[in-house]
Design a protein around this ligand. Structure first.
Ligand code: PLP
Length: 417
């Protein structure tokens, strides 16, 4: 079978066995090739065409693809013992928990390791209920915390929520970035406020500088917990190890996933302060997972944290991000009819467009030029740019040149988009 046949057969299988609508979307975007191999910032399709990965699996590939240190650690663990007996002591899980305590801010100490971002959020919400004995939760409009029932109850987008009502009761959603709205929603019955420090899927929304500090103060006043969901922002993406580090606050629970697996393994975790963990110490089997904290994923995460520290990935994200945001802002000045705003922090960047149709157009144009980008899940008007944190400057310049070309084309037909 030749490569074209493999691609068309794959698309057929999407159509017949995955979801015909997804197959249609691939066809509509002109995406009729199969991804095959990846390394660093580059993904190659089955024909060997190269793409610069500026989507990064929605933030998964902070270390790029197949970082040699992560691959080596996973190989080593694979040859030793990939999954835990769950009876004897599991060294990689304990080592990772120690590392998470070291890199998370303040006195965040105890971790539960799971398999995904949504699972990390589930665990955090359960712990908040357990610790406080309260049921009310406050989350933000347009937030994204995952799509399992608990996480979806926190997620602030009706399109994803409505078909599954009733979700968990007790959730109030307040406008993101508005600390007075948090103040008005929290009371003595609130278990937790859950916030992304920078909204990712909501369209890369950076809140006012004092927002998280104000939310922290409100939680302290009412005895509610502050959960910061750093599944997307964590581990260097925004230019600091955690986005909360920009704001100098310590949440009661922090969630991590995505980049934690070093771009090689799926993994997620929630990490809490000792007092909050007390209920799990009294009853450690209240929250468990068969595959959670498995040695293979933990080996990847341990290596990933080592690379993030050794290669100063957070500060590289800060400086490369400053340059890239600056260049894209210049483009916005040239083409205000296409780009309404460029915003972000570090290498978590959003290009807000004037029209929804421009999102799909720009995405297809960029892919044609060998750059993978996509719009955010909650907001199709925002193109998200999240390349590996160590992306080479020559590739950054290639991305900027491709955007110039694509935005110029969009400007010519903006009326029709
Ligand atoms: C902030 C945030 N939390 C949670 C999730 C859910 O993670 P997962 O898709 O691994 O369940 C995401 C995914 O995009 C996210 O961005």
């Amino acid at each position: 079978m030749d490569n074209t046949q493999i691609a068309s057969e794959t698309l057929d299988k999407y159509e017949k066995y995955v979801n015909p609508a997804v197959a249609r979307l691939f066809r509509f975007m002109g995406l009729s090739t199969v991804e095959w191999q990846a390394e660093g910032s580059i993904i190659r399709d089955i024909d060997g065409h190269e793409y610069v990965d500026c989507l990064g699996g929605y933030g998964v590939f902070s270390l790029g693809h197949r970082h040699p240190k992560v691959v080596e650690a996973v190989h080593r663990q694979l040859d030793l013992m990939p999954l835990s007996s769950k009876v004897l002591l599991d060294k990689p899980m304990a080592d990772l928990a120690e590392l998470l305590a070291q890199i998370t801010p303040g006195d965040l100490t105890y971790s539960f390791i799971g398999n995904s971002g949504a699972e990390a959020v589930e665990g955090a919400l359960k712990l908040a209920r357990l610790y406080t004995g309260r049921k009310k939760m406050v989350a933000a409009v347009n937030s994204f915390h995952g799509k399992t029932f608990g996480a979806l109850s926190a997620t602030g987008r009706d399109l994803f929520r409505e078909p599954f009502q009733p979700l968990l009761s007790g959730f109030t959603h307040v406008p993101f970035g508005d600390s007075q709205a948090v103040e008005a929603a929290v009371d003595e019955e609130t278990a937790a406020v859950i916030l992304e420090p920078i909204q990712g899927e909501g369209g890369i929304i950076v809140p006012p500088e004092d927002y998280l500090g104000a939310a922290r103060a409100v939680c302290d006043r009412y005895g509610a917990l502050l959960i910061c969901d750093e599944v997307q922002t964590g581990l260097g993406r925004t230019g600091k190890m955690f986005a909360v580090d920009h704001y100098g606050i310590v949440p009661d629970i922090i969630t991590t996933a995505k980049a934690l697996g070093g771009g090689v393994m799926p993994i997620g975790a929630f990490t809490a302060r000792p007092a909050v963990w007390q209920k799990y110490i009294e009853a450690p089997f209240l929250h468990t997972s068969t595959f959670g904290g498995n040695p293979l994923a933990c080996a990847a995460a341990i290596a990933a944290i080592g690379v993030i520290r050794d290669e100063n990935l957070a500060s590289r994200a800060a400086s490369t991000g400053e340059y890239l945001i600056g260049e894209l802002k210049k483009l916005a000045v040239y083409y205000p009819e296409v780009i309404s705003e460029v915003r972000g922090r570090g290498l978590m960047i959003g290009m807000d467009l004037t029209k929804e149709g421009a999102g799909g157009f720009l995405m297809a144009e960029m892919i044609n030029q060998g750059i993978l980008v996509a719009y955010t899940l909650n907001n199709p008007k925002v193109i998200r740019i999240e390349p590996p944190l160590a992306i080479e400057m020559v590739l950054v310049d290639r991305v900027i040149a491709a955007f110039s070309e694509a935005v110029k084309k969009a400007a010519e037909i903006i009326e029709d988009l």
